[in-house]
Design a protein around this ligand. Structure first.
Ligand SMILES: [Zn+2]
Length: 242
């Protein structure tokens, strides 16, 4: 499949044609042939909203994991609130995407920070958050299979040993996803996608990243225009005088 919205629709269609039931981390247990679609929002809420719309148009529900410590988006901003509630209103679940590198664990253990961020995200969004995934976890954290009462760990053994897990990390499926879906070998699929890699047209990974960098510059300008009156007069000033 290519990394376009059309390609993603094709993936959903393929899963449906193989009778996979789209499930959440909570309710999959009642299904004997199902898929959990997971999205880690590493960079762009806007792109996540696009996939959330495509899924909704195709009658599909999935789970979006949100970083609280991102340098790319601010979950506490009013725009983020609006975008994240768009995702929720489209029928999807949201969870915490946790970046362990944001903390030093010499004072409290990792589960303290996961609980803390879960509470903060719940408060920010006015929704209950009961699952988390890890952002680029190190080998030790990954192998620990963290168990935190009251919270579902999307990286827990349950979703890796019981499920066939496939991810599009770095815009590359490690295994041929279509073949896996069509193989009829797996009753439980756990598919991680990153909305960041998907575009309207089939652009190269290089161009996609470059477009994102250029768009950030335009967004920054527009935010400055909102905050500084007569910004144009400042920008048009050649800066010769102080
Ligand atoms: Zn991530």
């Amino acid at each position: 499949m290519d990394f376009t919205y059309q390609g993603y629709k094709g993936l959903l269609k393929l899963l449906k044609s193989e009778d996979y039931i789209f499930s959440s981390y909570e309710n999959y247990i009642s299904n004997t042939h199902c898929v959990i679609l997971r999205h880690d929002i590493d960079y762009s809420l806007e792109q996540a909203v696009k996939l959330a719309n495509i899924e909704n148009e195709n009658g599909v529900r999935s789970t979006y994991f949100i970083l609280l410590t991102s340098d790319f988006y601010n979950p506490a901003s009013s725009l983020s609130y609006k975008l994240l509630h768009e995702i929720i209103d489209l029928g999807h679940n949201v969870g915490l995407h946790f970046d362990e590198t944001a903390y030093k664990y010499d004072i409290f253990p990792i589960d303290y920070y996961i609980r803390k961020e879960t509470r903060i995200l719940s408060d920010l969004l006015d929704v209950n958050i009961n699952c988390f995934s890890l952002h680029r976890p190190n080998k030790i954290t990954l192998e620990t299979s963290l168990c935190i009462p009251g919270l579902i760990n999307a990286y827990g053994d349950e979703f890796f040993k019981h499920f066939k897990y496939i991810s599009d990390s770095r815009r590359r499926w490690r295994e041929p996803i279509e073949e896996i879906i069509l193989s009829k070998r797996y009753n439980y699929l756990h598919i991680l996608t990153h909305a960041f890699w998907y575009h309207e047209t089939d652009v190269s990974i290089h161009q996609g990243v470059l477009n994102f960098i250029k768009a950030a510059s335009r967004e920054r300008l527009s935010t400055l225009q909102y905050n500084i009156s007569n910004l144009d007069s400042i920008l048009n000033d050649d800066g010769d005088h102080k």
